[in-house]
Write a protein that binds this ligand. Structure first.
Ligand code: SAM
Length: 221
């Protein structure tokens, strides 16, 4: 499929998400239009990138469905200048979207080396080489060198909220994280840090389905 045709289909999906009330803000819509998902999926799935479902990426992982990403980004309330950590780089798509919303360097951490390479390649081709920094590591431990963060966005399902991620949030900062069972069912939690001694407030945004967050403070391998 030609790039024009891919983009036309992508625009139509974004407009549908807006019509359904899933994309609510102009800034999230603008970011989605600037970073089409087809630039971040393996070649053979490009023609399905506008379908509102997760798609396979290397190493048996997935790129999330557009509606899921839109829900998380509306809840995240990202603003220009915010310091953001993403846990679970996958394809690099979400990290590029984050960049379009905060307009400053974004840090994203991935545990599978093959996906670090995949994401770096996608990000370079899409023009985010020195804007999004992909780190190989266990994101359940966060990324202390750039902490504290205004926002932490976790795109894999955890058994519980990893303590290091709470520690690395600013007071008043917010984390979005799916928490629940190993496969197919978690609840999307919005976690707000309310004091220096790591007290948090939690809002539950209901059922979601993510691949597992595997690491020291997540599911054990
Ligand atoms: N945000 C991604 C994107 O834009 O394509 C999709 C993320 S995919 C649903 C979840 C990712 O989390 C997988 O790539 C998986 O390898 C990664 N992951 C799981 N446990 C992790 C951990 N402890 N640290 C970093 N990444 C992890």
């Amino acid at each position: 499929m030609e790039e024009n045709e891919l983009y036309r289909k992508w625009m139509r999906l974004v407009e549908n998400l807006e019509r359904e009330g899933i994309i609510k803000s102009e800034k999230v819509k603008r970011a989605f239009l600037r970073v089409p998902r087809y630039k971040f999926v393996p070649e053979r799935y490009k023609e399905y990138a506008h379908v509102d479902e997760p798609l396979p990426i290397p190493a048996g992982q997935t790129i999330s469905a557009p509606h899921m990403v839109a829900i998380m980004f509306e809840l995240a309330e990202l603003e220009e200048g915010m310091n953001v950590l993403e846990v679970g780089t996958g394809s690099g798509w979400n990290a590029a979207l984050i960049y379009e919303l905060v307009k400053r360097d974004v840090y994203t951490i991935e545990r599978i080396p093959e996906l670090v390479e995949f994401a770096r390649r996608n990000l370079e081709r899409a023009g985010y080489k020195n804007k999004v920094h992909v780190i190989l590591g266990d994101g359940t431990k966060g990324f202390p060198p750039k902490a504290p963060y205004d926002r932490i966005i976790v795109t894999a399902g955890a058994p519980k909220i990893p303590e290091p991620l709470i520690e690395q949030l600013k007071v008043g900062g917010k984390m979005l994280i799916p928490v629940g069972s190993y496969h197919l069912w978690q609840e999307l939690l919005e976690v707000i840090k309310i004091s220096e001694d790591n007290k948090i407030k939690i809002k539950n945004h209901g059922g979601v389905a993510f691949v597992p967050l595997v690491g020291e403070y997540g599911w054990r391998e």
